[in-house]
Design a protein around this ligand. Structure first.
Ligand SMILES: [Zn+2]
Length: 306
């Protein structure tokens, strides 16, 4: 049985950049960074689904780990723990035509991208050293999985560490043929690796922004279109895609967003009203009182998470 011990969530950086992209104009570099994060996360979700549907046997799976070894940070998109080996999986969601020229990878428009093999080797080395320091000498095998069926690589290197879309079936068959019995020891290593997982601050690479310059209003939770909705009973309905979200859920999503963008911002009825563009202070107050603790009196009162 495949046992996912650590699940994958959207990173704070992705949430922050998405929110800024919706509410202001990002500079080219920030926009590119944002698109890469969206695309990467979409690919990882596809991979998770594919793995859950196809991998059978005795494995632990840890997703989205960020570790540090000797001041070097390294990411493991997916770590599959089997009886005798750890599989360090890097997931790529490249789409369209690419080509390889020596050690260099390019898109057809000529853009050079980081060589995935070097990234893979780096994360494998650091992971092996980390495991060694923890007292485990375990074989680590690394693979770069290209999950997008619309990806094609010209002059692809004959490297068994690359798993192209047409090879996914064969790869999973190989994994399913592994006889793997997990014991207490595997669970202990998994727990140890999860406990060493670090969270990166979303603010280090964030573009500069200010409360005043961000466009306010609800954005759709599905298609992200801003200020393009109507109220229906106690719901917010997207004009563009028809997505229906309960008003309370939409307001709470906004509060979460305000706190992500402005961690020191006091949550008051007025701030939430302004952010969500809701006329009725009664409605906002009702939702805040229900979900938060109320601090202070009158004009200086604000809300905090219980
Ligand atoms: Zn929508």
């Amino acid at each position: 049985m495949v046992n996912v011990l650590k699940h994958r969530f959207e990173s704070e950086e992705l949430k922050l950049l998405r929110s800024l992209h919706i509410r202001m104009k990002l500079l080219d570099q920030d926009f590119k960074n944002y698109m890469n994060l969206e695309k990467g996360f979409e690919g990882e979700q596809k991979y998770d689904k594919w793995l859950a549907e196809n991998l059978s046997g005795n494995f632990h799976v840890l997703n989205d780990l960020l570790h540090e070894y000797n001041k070097n940070k390294f990411q493991t998109d997916s770590l599959i723990i089997s009886e005798g080996k750890f599989f360090n999986i890097n997931v790529k969601n490249y789409e369209g035509d690419y080509y390889v020229n020596g050690d260099y990878w390019h898109t057809f428009s000529g853009l050079e991208i980081k060589n995935p093999l070097l990234q893979l080797q780096r994360s494998e080395t650091l992971l092996r050293q980390l495991l060694h320091d923890l007292g485990y000498n375990i074989t680590v095998e690394s693979y770069c999985i290209f999950i997008n069926p619309k990806f094609h690589l010209y002059q692809a290197p004959m490297n068994p560490q690359f798993i192209f879309p047409t090879q996914l079936d064969r790869f999973i068959r190989k994994m399913n043929n592994l006889s793997s019995k997990l014991n207490e020891r595997h669970s202990i290593i998994a727990e140890k690796l999860i406990s060493l997982h670090t969270i990166e601050s979303p603010y280090t690479r964030a573009p500069s922004y200010s409360y005043e310059k961000l466009e306010k209003s609800f954005y759709c939770g599905r298609c992200y279109s801003l200020n393009n909705y109507y109220f229906k009973e106690r719901s917010v309905v997207c004009h563009k895609c028809g997505f229906v979200e309960g008003l309370e859920s939409a307001v709470l999503r906004c509060v979460e967003e305000i706190l992500l963008l402005f961690p020191n911002q006091r949550i008051t009825t007025k701030v939430v009203q302004e952010w969500c563009k809701i006329d009725s202070d009664k409605t906002v107050r009702r939702i805040l009182i229900k979900n938060f603790n109320y601090i202070g009196h009158g004009r200086s009162s604000y809300y905090v998470f219980p």
